[in-house]
Design a protein around this ligand. Structure first.
Ligand code: DC
Length: 227
């Protein structure tokens, strides 16, 4: 068993790449804690909206990041996101919160505050599967396994479109695709912790893989990493 690395799987990738599904399945299979770092940016974005903070008020939003408590809880086999104890799992998935989360995540003080909380989750867990945009590069560069999961913008937009339809959100496919591309550009071109496939991070392109195949592949990489 490898000892010089953190007992963690870090998964980064763009919106709609299937990171959350993969991370949850891996966490379930390995009995690790599942950390959805995007949910933390989303919860903070929701909190900022409720307070009426301007979206360019990086300092004010970072101050709030230090004061709020974001936690996770399992209910009926699904992980829920809590903001100061309130279940905000549905509210943070609204399209306008997706966009605001991406906008506030460009501010370094905001990132610093949330990264500290993300590392604290790892220090309390036996093993962790974390997913986001900078978990392989900034948050857990010492993870035993680091994956970059992606698919074409069209594949990812199709998945998001179907997900939203199922939840009764009626946004045209073309708009979903445009928003995905806009978010990709912002997330990967920002100065602090841009989304990127760093050296040593294993690439999985899953346009032609279903969920089970992606999970199996990742588990093989994990077994190899720990051998
Ligand atoms: O993974 P997601 O779609 O829930 O993330 C929402 C936004 O949060 C994403 O557009 C960028 C930001 N984010 C980030 O900057 N760093 C992370 N580790 C996770 C998310």
């Amino acid at each position: 068993m490898k000892k010089d690395c953190l007992k963690a799987i870090a998964i980064d990738g763009p919106a709609g790449s299937g990171k959350s599904t993969l991370a949850q399945r891996l966490a379930q299979s390995l009995q690790f804690f599942y950390l959805d770092t995007g949910a933390m940016y989303r919860a903070l974005a929701l909190h900022a909206t409720r307070l009426g903070l301007a979206e360019d008020d990086g300092e004010g939003i970072a101050q709030q990041a230090k004061q709020i408590e974001i936690s996770f809880e399992m209910r009926d086999q699904a992980q829920r996101t809590l903001l100061n104890g309130e279940d905000v799992s549905e509210a943070i998935r609204r399209p306008e919160i997706s966009s605001l989360a991406s906008k506030i995540s460009v501010f370094s003080p905001v990132r610093k505050a949330l990264v500290a909380q993300q590392r604290a989750f790892a220090s309390r867990a036996e093993g962790i599967v974390a997913e986001g945009r900078d978990t392989t590069t900034v948050v857990f560069p010492d993870a035993c396994l680091r994956l970059f999961l992606t698919a074409s913008p069209e594949t990812r937009a199709r998945r998001r479109f179907q997900e939203w339809q199922a939840r009764g959100i009626d946004t045209p496919y073309e708009q979903v695709l445009a928003e995905i591309k806009e978010r990709d550009l912002r997330d990967s071109s920002r100065a602090d912790s841009p989304l990127q496939q760093a050296e040593g991070v294993i690439l999985i392109e899953n346009d032609h893989l279903d969920v089970d195949q992606t999970v199996q592949l990742a588990l093989q990489y994990w077994q190899r990493a720990m051998a």
